[in-house]
Design a protein around this ligand. Structure first.
Ligand code: CU
Length: 123
């Protein structure tokens, strides 16, 4: 149990080091069962992917802060930031954490749904 948690944490750190990005797969052990969504801290900046929309479509975050993206529906989505897919394919309940390193305005899109657009302002 403890070992499992430690390796999960290590994987998490490695992902953060590699790209400022971590994928916490809430639905990875899903055989159609009762997979729990990954936990998103209350009050954290978060964008929901639902109804083929990013909700909200405008968000402000701070440099170095974790920004959470969650796919809440069965459609596959991506988190594509300024044209770069940083998430891979996200299934239902997948959560991706993005940690912006520079202030600026970031355009968020989905590779599969051109109508999905959001803007994150990083201060
Ligand atoms: Cu999409």
């Amino acid at each position: 149990m403890i070992k499992k948690m430690r390796s999960a944490l290590l994987l998490f750190s490695a992902a953060v080091l590699l790209g400022g990005l971590a994928v916490a797969c809430g639905g990875d052990d899903d055989d159609g069962g009762d997979s729990k969504p990954a936990e998103i801290p209350a009050g954290a900046p978060m964008v929901d992917q639902d109804d083929l929309t990013f909700i909200p479509n405008k968000l402000t975050a701070k440099t170095g802060e974790k920004v959470y993206f969650k796919n809440s529906e069965t459609a596959i989505h991506t988190v594509t930031i300024n044209g770069k897919n940083v998430s891979g394919n996200m299934k239902e309940n997948d959560v991706v954490i993005w940690i912006p390193e520079k202030a600026g305005e970031y355009k968020i899109t989905c590779d599969y749904h051109p109508q999905m657009k959001a803007t994150i302002t990083v201060e």
